[in-house]
Design a protein around this ligand. Structure first.
Ligand SMILES: NC(=O)c1ccc[n+]([C@@H]2O[C@H](COP(=O)([O-])OP(=O)(O)OC[C@H]3O[C@@H](n4cnc5c(N)ncnc54)[C@H](OP(=O)(O)O)[C@@H]3O)[C@@H](O)[C@H]2O)c1
Ligand SMILES: [Zn+2]
Ligand SMILES: [Zn+2]
Length: 364
């Protein structure tokens, strides 16, 4: 029996990008009321429980009127005809959505479960009513993920982008290393300990790697060790430079600013890989060919995860009790929340509650 797909109009409150503030990196937000009157046959309408702030949202701040947000969890309220027919996503399910809104579904990458790399991939801000800084979203059901029961919504939201990105990179690049020191676990450094970085420590540890945290912030040491880091260094010191030479098989770069690549490339062992995840403000890399080639090191990268990888990540997180350390606020305080993330003061992911009643219910 297929589900009822009749659609009654729903009111949504959104926080859209407004004017630029003094600092280039900050904007004001305009509260916008809208009505959703219908959804497409492949879409679902999800009423949000919470929505978290990823640093990639900054790339939408130049587009006035855009609704940012791409780590969100909510309850499915309506489904399109094709979704009902397919039967995977149902009304009443608790689900999450991440960076990707849709893809073409028929190209070579899509048909080989690499939808995140599709040429026609479309991000969150192009979704019919925009991304997660609002009370509900309309999403392509193929990019909607059921949340395991033992993950609370406030912990699941940051996994939908931050968790997926670091899990996918670790899963892919540590499976078949080019070289491994016999008898030793792979040595992994996590560079930059924000939303992505603090989750990367947890996944890497549970995957059996030796984990070193590299930060600019000395006060993060104790918490990072509690996430599973075996070692911790402030990477801006002279001491770090000598101690860390040729030490790692893989470095995950999760820094949101610009970094000097040469400084980190020399920390890799022969055949080591520097995996670029953080998106710098300067889109050109500057790198010495000699530090790279003379030890056969490589620069690799990764972007979010495919639906298959997202489902795998959610299961792995639920099975291994991996969850982000979150700070909570409410959606109407989005402007203040953004300023706090921007000044690197959040430990370690800012989650905005949209439906307090639902969050309280999960805490009982
Ligand atoms: N590839 C992908 O698919 C993907 C997915 C999601 C996000 N991203 C990108 O990944 C980056 C991290 O995102 P996030 O949400 O984790 O950000 P975040 O929570 O703000 O954390 C970024 C961390 O980078 C470090 N950092 C910031 N500025 C720095 C600078 N100038 N020099 C050195 N370190 C600096 C800080 O860590 P310490 O205090 O430890 O130094 C900070 O906590 C962003 O660029 C984001 O756009 C990429
Ligand atoms: Zn993100
Ligand atoms: Zn495609």
């Amino acid at each position: 029996m297929s589900e009822d797909t009749t659609f009654n109009p729903i009111s949504v409150t959104a926080y859209a990008v407004g004017e630029k503030k003094d600092s280039q990196k900050l904007v004001s937000f305009d509260k916008v009321e809208k009505q959703v009157k219908s959804i497409g046959p492949n879409h679902v309408f999800v009423e949000l429980i919470c929505s978290s702030i990823c640093h990639t949202d900054w790339f939408t701040f130049g587009s006035k009127g855009a609704v940012p947000g791409h780590e969100m969890v909510g309850i499915v309220k309506h489904i399109g005809e094709n979704v009902a027919h397919e039967g995977k996503i149902k009304v009443g399910m608790r689900v999450g959505m991440g960076y990707q809104f849709t893809s073409c579904r028929h190209c070579e990458t899509c048909t080989n479960n690499l939808e995140n790399l599709c040429d026609s991939s479309k991000p969150f801000y192009t979704a019919p009513i925009g991304g997660g800084y609002q009370t509900g979203v309309v999403w392509d059901a193929h990019f909607v993920f059921p949340i395991p029961d033992n993950l609370k919504s406030i912990h699941a939201a940051p996994l939908l982008c931050a968790g997926a990105t670091v899990f996918t990179a670790l899963h892919r690049y540590t499976k078949n290393p080019q070289y491994k020191v016999p008898g030793k676990p792979l040595s992994c450094a996590v560079l930059g300990l924000g939303g992505l970085g603090h989750l990367a420590i947890q996944y890497a540890k549970k995957m059996g790697l030796h984990v070193t945290a590299l930060s600019t912030t000395a006060s993060k040491e104790e918490e990072c060790r509690s996430f599973g880091a075996d070692e911790f260094y402030v990477h801006t010191t002279e001491e770090a430079k000598t101690t860390l030479a040729s030490k790692f098989d893989i470095i995950l770069n999760t820094v949101s600013g610009d970094i000097e690549l040469d400084k980190f490339i020399v920390m890799l062992r022969p055949y080591g890989q520097l995996c670029m995840l953080g998106l710098p403000s300067n889109p050109r890399y500057d790198l010495s060919a000699f530090s790279l080639i003379l030890k056969a090191r490589s620069l690799v990268s990764s972007v979010i995860g495919s639906p298959e990888e997202l489902n795998l990540m959610l299961k792995f997180s639920a099975d291994h009790d991996i969850k982000p350390q979150v700070e909570l606020t409410t959606l109407d305080k989005v402007g203040e929340a953004i300023e706090k993330v921007n000044s690197n003061k959040v430990r370690y992911r800012m989650v905005m509650i949209v439906n307090q009643e639902q969050v309280d219910k999960e805490n009982q």
